[in-house]
Design a protein around this ligand. Structure first.
Ligand code: CDP
Ligand code: MG
Length: 680
């Protein structure tokens, strides 16, 4: 790490840019220690409150509405309560979707608290692997993915009178598919004389014309927000290392600004943020003459009780620094922020239909995102936003974020659409159509997995009984397929353990400080057969000690994630029982498990070529074994992997050694075709 005292990236910074006269902010809205009375007062102080009547009347009158209002104005927490209080929902449920799990949970908790109840009553939430609702639930906060799953069983969403699609600008793949699903449900209910389905689309920022047009010219209701002037500073020269630039900028602010003026830094992902937090703490240790720092990371994978800490009051004589992903753009409101430092980068999914690669990559943010980030500095008083990119770079950014549906593997949603009875996916009413090649690639993948089949004498595809079963699992189709296969192979117990661990955040503790000790502790779980068997070994060892926390601690295993994996496993097992899959075990014999993985993941196979590099079988792409794999030092002839990550190279992560014959047996026609096309 370079010294934070080096001249910073902002060449010109006048003192007069700073306003020191603002009182330390209050921490109104912190979810702790609030009495009901205080909460009521806080509710009435929100910018949305004066618009309450108008909003209710408009939404009562309209079939679809679009509500735009600054982050923190009260859209998510207040509008559902308003609609419920004035009975616009006509005693049916109101669904409020969120792109993020953490938002669904924390907002439900907040709303329950404001209504003087607890979650799981009138107010509930439903996220993947966790349903906290009751028969009397009226306000149901849920991830967009969960509402989509419900639509498989009930395409017209008959349990709801109002669906609120929140954070619509995020354009997650699930939100985008939901747009089409709720629109179709609304039309169907109107046509068949059923009770109306109201659609309320909410956002802080978006391309309103596009949305309004899509929802049959839905009127746009603008909320007056509070926004103080913000001074925007660009760097003079492009920065080669935004992380370093962020630290330098932070310490410049820190040395000049009085205590209580808090800083929000936008970076891209967990590892980067954790390491930035460590660097900040290290660097601040010697700065005794300045305010003390309270530094908090914030990203989606962080457990809720850790995330909640960003709402902590800034102590007198302290400064709060929050290092966040784009989660803090709109999903979460943090009080007291006066300075924003924006890397201008974001981690996003990128998909190449031709190579079949679905990768998480750090890319440049869109202008809409950057503007939103800037806005976080001026919520309570005038603020300053430091952009770690030049003005020219800003101008070159895309205006809006490309919807996820146009840049990721569609197999999972295509399967869900088919399961909803929408068989002509290519002509589905998407707000922004995905590339036809992406849809075709997804259909092709589902045919290969046996989820879809061609109808005789026609090009139309239809769902097979296997596909129907696969759609019942809230998993990537390849994992659902492996579960179904495991029943036939007689290793369902083992596959359930492996898939569950793969469905949660890493269970292997890997802090950079203790990397060596962790590596040694993990040694005993390793297997020459690969990472899947290693995960199984961990699961078994964990079961043996009944999830003992001390054992986890000593073995550098993340107890919390193991616990979640166990809950996930329980739920997947329940789905298996409901699907009448016989729950079998292969005992100590692990070859069966790898065979099963090979058959399910034959599209993710790679072989060692003569020059010692790995090539994927399907796309002939050069890949390497990720350093975190227990096969890193090995050179197996053939492997299947569950994930590819791209940094400087393309790495296979989580892999197993397999026999090439197993792959051939799994899909003989497919490999014959691939081989033929490789020769020609
Ligand atoms: O949806 P929007 O961004 O317009 O605002 P909101 O999420 O309804 O939040 C309104 C206010 O409620 C925020 O400014 C916070 O003061 C408070 N809030 C909170 O304290 N804790 C939460 N979990 C959610 C909201
Ligand atoms: Mg909101």
């Amino acid at each position: 790490m370079k010294d934070a005292d080096e001249p910073g990236p902002f060449v010109k910074r006048q003192k007069s840019n700073f306003s020191h006269s603002f009182p330390a902010h209050s921490s109104q809205g912190s979810s702790r220690g609030n009495t009901f009375d205080n909460l009521r007062k806080a509710k009435q102080a929100l910018p949305i409150f004066p618009a309450r009547r108008t909003l209710i009347n408009q939404i009562r009158r309209l079939a679809s509405a679009i509500v735009i209002g600054e982050t923190g104005s009260g859209k998510t927490t207040q509008i559902p309560q308003y609609l419920l209080e004035s009975e616009v929902n006509k005693s049916s449920m109101i669904a409020i979707t969120q792109p993020r799990r953490v938002a669904a949970i924390t907002v439900a908790q907040r709303v329950a608290q404001e209504m003087g109840s607890t979650v799981g009553g009138i107010v509930g939430y439903c996220v993947r692997f966790e349903d906290v609702t009751a028969v009397n639930t009226k306000l149901k906060f849920m991830t967009d993915g969960m509402l989509l799953r419900e639509a498989i069983l009930d395409p017209h969403l008959t349990r709801y009178s109002i669906v609120m699609l929140d954070e619509a600008h995020e354009r997650t793949i699930h939100t985008d598919v939901l747009f089409g699903v709720v629109k179709a449900a609304q039309r169907h209910r109107l046509k068949t004389g059923q009770p109306q389905l109201k659609i309320v689309v909410m956002s802080a920022t978006m391309d309103v014309d596009h949305f309004s047009k899509y929802f049959n010219n839905a009127p746009v209701l603008y909320l007056e927000g509070r926004q103080f002037p913000i001074q925007v500073m660009h760097v003079k020269e492009p920065q080669s290392d935004y992380l370093f630039a962020a630290l330098v900028t932070l310490f410049q602010i820190h040395k000049e600004a009085p205590a209580g003026e808090d800083v929000l830094i936008f970076l891209t992902g967990q590892e980067e943020i954790d390491s930035a937090v460590r660097s900040i703490l290290d660097l601040s240790r010697d700065l005794n003459d300045f305010p003390k720092l309270q530094v908090y990371p914030l990203y989606a994978a962080l457990p809720s009780h850790e995330q909640i800490k960003v709402f902590n009051k800034t102590l007198p004589g302290h400064r709060k620094v929050v290092v966040a992903t784009n989660i803090a753009e709109t999903s979460i409101t943090i009080h007291g922020i006066k300075y924003v430092i924006d890397s201008g980068m974001v981690k996003a999914k990128v998909y190449h239909p031709l190579s079949g690669l679905d990768l998480l990559k750090v890319v440049t943010a869109s202008r809409a995102q950057v503007l939103q980030r800037t806005g976080r500095a001026g919520r309570e008083a005038p603020g300053i936003c430091y952009r770690l990119f030049t003005e020219a770079q800003f101008k070159a950014m895309d205006v809006n974020t490309v919807p996820e549906i146009q840049r990721c593997n569609l197999a999972s949603v295509v399967l869900q659409l088919m399961a909803m009875g929408i068989s002509d996916v290519l002509s589905f009413d998407f707000m922004n159509k995905p590339a036809p090649e992406s849809i075709k690639a997804a259909l092709e993948e589902l045919v290969l997995l046996g989820a879809l089949e061609r109808q005789p004498d026609s090009e139309m595809l239809k769902l097979t009984p296997v596909g129907k079963k696969m759609a019942a699992f809230p998993l990537d189709p390849r994992f659902s397929k492996v579960i179904l296969l495991a029943k036939d192979f007689g290793c369902l117990e083992e596959i359930l353990s492996i898939v569950s661990i793969l469905s949660v955040d890493s269970v292997l503790l890997n802090s950079s400080k203790k990397r060596l000790q962790a590596g040694q502790a993990h040694e005993k779980f390793k297997s020459s057969e690969g990472d899947h068997i290693m995960l199984l070994n961990i699961y078994r060892a964990y079961k043996n000690v009944n999830g003992n926390r001390n054992w986890c601690y000593e073995n550098y295993i993340v107890a919390r994630n193991m616990n979640t994996a166990q809950q996930v496993r329980r739920q997947l097992r329940e789905i298996c029982v409901r699907q009448q899959l016989e729950i079998s075990s292969c005992g100590r014999e692990t070859t069966t498990i790898r065979r099963c993985l090979a058959v399910g993941f034959f599209m993710n196979a790679a072989e060692l070529s003569k020059d010692g590099e790995f090539m994927t079988l399907t796309t002939r792409r050069q890949v390497s074994i990720h350093p975190s794999s227990c096969l890193f030092q090995h050179k197996p002839a053939c492997v299947v992997y569950t994930e590819l990550v791209k940094t400087s190279k393309t790495y296979m992560r989580t892999l197993s050694v397999v026999d090439p014959d197993w792959l051939m047996e799994a899909a003989p026609a497919y490999f014959r075709r691939k081989r033929a096309s490789a020769i020609t």
